[in-house]
Design a protein around this ligand. Structure first.
Ligand SMILES: [Zn+2]
Length: 426
């Protein structure tokens, strides 16, 4: 073999050595914190979270974890560590401020960075995803720089006939989406609803191709039929009537998760007045006065006050909240989601508002955390995220206060980590 032929091999060895050096980062141990690992187990007191190369190596009480030599120790005594949160129903890339129509690679990254700064380290975008989103899906897991992970559903599948809808589905499949999403709703009687034969065909084909399918729905009777047809996730609340026993039985039998998106309802009427959260510093750190100005316009506010659909949604919200509590009490897996990333549904902040509303509905802080960690990962089939356990990504939040005492303490973030890298500036 002559020298010229050897060259590529030498380069390859050099490259291998340099990347080995680059990836063999030392261990970091976060010590002294209370750790809520997202499994639903009791918090670990005086815990150690050991990470390396962006992943969790070990997590447990101090006496059970061996910290290797040359580990960088970060003493976080008195703080609480929770997993990075998963939004099981958001949207990414189209909205800038409160305006839609900005879909681009740059804006996807920008949106994902906002989510991450609020501690939302994984977002499942259920629709409106275009080609640009492909490269930001979770598969390119080496390039996280201060942003949330992204899973996509592509275009929301619609059509008047099975053929029309299946054509959209095939396009999504070609694009390489992670989920399929349909909408079975008449928008409070103002538009036609997807026909049963259409969604039955779409659900069947989604399963043939190996996809989970999430459904936007509103009415209990539709939810029932959708469960019979095989939907894998109810992506909103049932808002027309209280859920009944036969429906709960069906949910249990089908092992389908439920995603309440209470803040989606809130967003439809809350701007009839000046929203209380407009003066919250935690909101204003990402969304300034200029951004929210259109929502303060008295004419717009009056429009919302006089809007039939807005007032209907306002009236139905208590039903949605009661249904969430009933289903949670019945052991139905609740998956966290907000439908944020649409105009005036403020990504990142709305997740914290959602948690607060879930608490108002009667869920415990632990149940709420579980919905945004283990449940979301398990029921959406997301790998290596959700719980803080060995080999999972080191996506976590360090909190200044105990979230089990008050879920609003999740807002008191001192740092967010995605793949072991700090997201917030110090
Ligand atoms: Zn949505």
């Amino acid at each position: 073999m002559n020298r010229l032929k050897l060259l590529p091999f030498l380069l390859l060895i050099l490259f291998a050595c340099s990347t080995a050096k680059k990836t063999e980062k030392s261990y970091i141990a976060f010590t002294g914190a209370t750790i809520i690992d997202g499994s639903g187990d009791a918090p670990i007191q005086n815990g150690v979270l050991l990470i390396q190369n962006g992943r969790v190596v070990a997590v447990g009480p101090k006496e059970k974890i061996t910290i290797p030599e040359n580990t960088t120790i970060q003493d976080v005594s008195g703080k609480t560590i929770i997993p990075g949160l998963i939004n099981g129903h958001g949207h990414v890339g189209d909205v800038k401020g409160i305006q839609a129509g900005h879909y681009s690679k740059e804006n996807i990254l920008d949106n994902l960075a906002i989510y991450a700064r609020y501690g939302i380290t994984t977002v499942v975008s259920l629709g409106g995803d275009k080609k640009e989103a492909e490269s930001f899906r979770v598969v390119n897991d080496t390039s996280f720089s201060k942003r949330a992970r992204l899973y996509i559903a592509g275009e929301v599948i619609s059509g008047n006939t099975p053929q029309e809808a299946l054509a959209v589905l095939e396009n999504n499949h070609k694009m390489g989406v992670d989920f399929m999403k349909i909408r079975v709703d008449d928008n409070l009687g103002t538009s036609p609803k997807m026909a049963e034969e259409v969604y039955q065909a779409v659900i069947k084909r989604s399963h043939e191709l190996g996809y989970k399918i999430a459904t936007h729905m509103y009415y209990l009777e539709d939810a029932r039929k959708l469960l019979e047809a095989g939907t894998d996730m109810l992506a909103h609340s049932i808002r027309d009537v209280p859920v009944d026993e036969s429906f709960i039985g069906l949910l249990k039998e089908k092992k389908v998760s439920y995603c309440a998106t209470l803040t989606r309802e809130l967003s439809t009427f809350v701007y009839e007045d000046t929203a209380a959260f407009f003066s919250d510093a935690f909101f204003l750190k990402e969304y300034n006065r200029e951004t929210i100005q259109p929502l303060l316009d008295p004419a717009k506010q009056a429009q919302m006050r006089n809007s039939k659909s807005a007032q209907k949604n306002k009236q139905q919200l208590p039903i949605a909240m009661a249904n969430l509590k009933t289903l949670s009490d019945q052991g139905i897996p609740i998956v966290f989601g907000t439908d944020s990333g649409m105009p005036a549904r403020f990504m990142g902040y709305f997740e914290h508002l959602e948690m607060e509303m879930m608490a108002q509905a009667g869920l415990t802080p632990m149940q709420i955390i579980l919905s945004a960690t283990k449940n979301a990962a398990q029921y959406l089939g997301l790998k290596e995220v959700g719980t803080l356990s060995a080999f999972h990504w080191a996506d976590f939040i360090i909190l200044e206060a105990d979230p089990l005492a008050d879920i609003r303490n999740v807002r008191k973030m001192s740092q967010v980590y995605v793949a072991g890298e700090p997201v917030l500036s110090r």
